[in-house]
Design a protein around this ligand. Structure first.
Ligand SMILES: NC(=O)C1=CN([C@@H]2O[C@H](COP(=O)(O)OP(=O)(O)OC[C@H]3O[C@@H](n4cnc5c(N)ncnc54)[C@H](O)[C@@H]3O)[C@@H](O)[C@H]2O)[C@@H](O)CC1
Ligand SMILES: Nc1ncnc2c1ncn2[C@@H]1O[C@H](COP(=O)(O)OP(=O)(O)OP(=O)(O)O)[C@@H](O)[C@H]1O
Ligand SMILES: [Mg+2]
Length: 398
């Protein structure tokens, strides 16, 4: 048997490892018991050949389901539109219209009430045509489509448009399909005087992220948003309401830029903890065969069954899912009058875990139905039924 090891809690003096989902070294402290619950919910053995010899799947799934049920709002007929979450996705350009759609529609399919997309003008009509459910704001401009003398006014218009909505959002996903404007990083925008007149799509997004921080709106940074953040870490440094969701390449760039070394899979846990500590605040979800999550203090591995199909767009589903679950985890913390900053279970870590578990369940179900033909849209169609199995819609109705 070759169990995956999961680091539960990490501080300067101690590292507590689980050798299996049932074997925790420290059970007495309430903090550790809470962590144990999470880990029992989410830990799976990586060696799939030995699955039958390990903890029964039903028992692990039951733990994970209990956790997701805890933060999923009930379907109470007295609730009004918007209470189950308002999500925004900043992304979508000429090349990529699928990615923001996948993220935004996933948020709706999981249960958010409203899902907005802020994309470039070129992408707007295309994304609207995918779904009438999405509220699409084609306000972003790519550099090639703006004359120099228009840049200041365009920049002001875009920022004003987004700022108008900002405080209404429970979470903003930055980056799916955003693109990498070639004028990136050539200049700095000075908001007071607009002394530097050139700006790009990514400059605008940078400003949007600053606005989100000022309003304490959680941020999930994915795709090209990570490209921006990796080169401008101050955008998220010290912000605990940010989540970074790097794939293999995005993680490599983060490690190189932040830790000035190469990815070391032998020391994956320690390296992720170091990265999270260095960035100081945000939670990092390193996507892969197993999804590794850390905020620099807690570490969690999610590796329940997913799909062996690696079609593009699965990370986009994840970013939309993490946004919704993080918003719900935050709502629940404030409903219980917990100060999220004091809570052992950071809402962003909880959101990452819930999002990863659900995506993988939906991917497994889609693959069972479609096999090699499984596409991202098939996985999205399985989000609802996967969540329904965990939280039946009827159980919360009053
Ligand atoms: N339909 C769409 O519109 C989609 C758009 N996407 C967007 O496309 C943009 C670029 O994202 P990408 O993820 O493609 O960019 P990346 O910079 O992550 O590069 C992807 C490249 O990495 C390679 N790769 C993937 N997994 C690997 C592994 N395990 N080891 C080594 N190489 C590996 C792939 O073959 C591909 O060439 C983002 O804005 C993203 O959001 C993607 O989300 C996919 C779907
Ligand atoms: N090798 C793998 N085995 C099983 N599941 C995986 C594997 N790699 C990724 N996944 C699952 O797919 C999800 C998306 O990861 P992926 O690496 O495809 O992201 P991405 O490259 O950002 O996707 P996108 O194409 O949307 O940009 C992960 O969270 C994980 O659950
Ligand atoms: Mg991606």
């Amino acid at each position: 048997m070759n169990p995956s090891h999961t680091l539960v809690k990490h501080d300067m003096n101690s590292q507590f490892f689980l050798d299996s989902a049932n074997n925790c070294m420290l059970a007495s402290s309430p903090i550790i018991r809470r962590q144990q619950f999470l880990i029992r919910s989410l830990c799976r053995y990586q060696n799939r050949n030995h699955m039958a010899e390990t903890k029964p799947e039903d028992a692990i799934a039951a733990d994970a389901e209990q956790f997701i049920r805890r933060i999923t709002p009930s379907l109470d007929l007295n609730r009004h539109k918007g209470q189950a979450g308002k999500i925004a996705v900043i992304g979508g350009c000429r090349e990529y219209t699928g990615a923001p759609y996948f993220a935004a529609i996933s948020a709706l399919k999981i249960g958010a009430d409203l899902s907005h997309v802020f994309c470039t003008k070129d992408a707007g009509t295309v994304i609207k045509s995918y779904s009438p459910e999405l509220i699409v704001h084609p306000v972003l401009e790519e550099s090639y489509s703006v004359r120099d003398d228009e840049k200041v006014s365009v920049f002001r218009t875009v920022i004003a448009e987004v700022a108008k909505w900002m405080e209404r959002f429970d979470c903003i996903v930055v980056g799916p399909g955003l693109g990498r404007d070639p004028f990136l990083l050539l200049y700095t925008v000075n908001l007071q005087g607009f002394r530097f007149l050139t700006f790009s799509l990514q400059d605008t997004v940078r400003e949007i992220m600053k606005l989100a921080r000022a309003s304490s709106v959680p941020l999930v940074i994915d795709g090209d948003g990570l490209f921006l953040v990796t080169n401008n870490l101050d955008l998220v440094r010290g912000y605990p309401l940010a989540v970074l969701t790097p794939n293999v390449n995005e993680y490599k760039r983060l490690i190189q830029n932040v830790l000035d070394c190469e990815v070391n899979d032998q020391e994956a846990v320690q390296q992720l903890l170091s990265l999270a500590r260095r960035i100081d605040g945000p939670t990092i979800l390193r996507k892969g065969k197993g999804d590794l999550i850390s905020d620099g203090d807690t570490f969690v591995l999610v590796n329940n069954d997913g799909s062996p199909r690696r079609c593009g767009g699965q990370g986009d589903i994840l970013s939309g899912s993490v946004a919704v679950f993080s918003a719900w985890a935050r709502q629940q913390a404030s409903a219980l009058n917990e100060d999220p900053s004091n809570s052992v279970q950071s809402p962003m870590v909880l959101g990452c875990m819930a999002g990863a578990v659900l995506l993988r369940k939906a991917a497994a179900l889609a693959f069972a139905n479609k096999k090699r033909a499984t596409l991202t849209t098939d996985i999205i169609e399985c989000l609802g039924i996967s969540l329904e199995k965990i939280c039946p819609a009827s159980s919360g109705q009053t």
